[in-house]
Design a protein. Structure first.
Length: 202
């Protein structure tokens, strides 16, 4: 059995463990492996978030009256909520970080960043608001990070227009504005989205 055949028999966790061991033993392989890894896409991010969100919602205990927000429910779903937060923040760093886009892909940044911010913020809106003290910490971490990245995105888009003469289509700008206004209304302007919307309108 050759190497390709053996690798095909391994699951995702086994492959991750193998690559991690190889890089630990030969640190110089890290950059080489990274070079050949495919860049994340919005479709990949959407799939990962949808999977994590499904695991989260499925972990709630059964209740005839709908989702239960009891302390028992919170403790049961917490690991899945934590995983969902990790997935959202992981992709957030990539899609809204200008330096993650090389020179050949810089033109993709505004639309890619917006697409992810819209996706991630919509997901955050669907998270339940817990009644217990401290139970909304993970939700707040997500919103705090999203609010900061929305403002950074707006500043970068404005900078490109001001310093580089970049022009954006009217329909595109309207779509961005409608989405941002919708998110701002949903969270009542908190987490910096109100400031982001005002900055966008300038």
């Amino acid at each position: 059995m050759n190497l390709n055949q053996r690798l095909l028999l391994m699951n995702q966790n086994q492959l991750i463990e193998l690559i991690t061991k190889l890089v630990d033993a030969h640190p110089s392989l890290g950059d080489l492996i990274t070079k050949y890894l495919p860049s994340p896409t919005l479709q990949m991010a959407h799939s990962a978030i949808a999977s994590a969100e499904s695991a989260f919602t499925s972990s709630f205990p059964y209740s005839k009256s709908g989702i239960s927000l009891t302390p028992y429910s919170y403790n049961r779903v917490l690991p899945h909520l934590s995983s969902l937060r990790d997935v959202i923040l992981h992709y957030l760093h990539y899609f809204t970080n200008v330096s993650a886009f090389d020179a050949s892909r810089q033109h993709e940044y505004p639309a890619e960043a917006f697409g992810y911010l819209d996706l991630a913020t919509s997901t955050a809106h669907r998270l339940p608001h817990w009644p217990g003290e401290g139970q909304n910490q993970l939700n707040e971490e997500i919103y705090d990070a999203l609010g900061k990245r929305w403002r950074e995105w707006i500043k970068e888009v404005a900078r490109r227009g001001r310093d580089e003469g970049k022009m954006y289509g009217g329909d595109v700008v309207k779509e961005w504005g409608r989405a941002l206004e919708r998110h701002c209304q949903t969270c009542k302007g908190t987490w910096g989205l109100g400031e982001a919307l005002e900055e966008f309108k300038r």
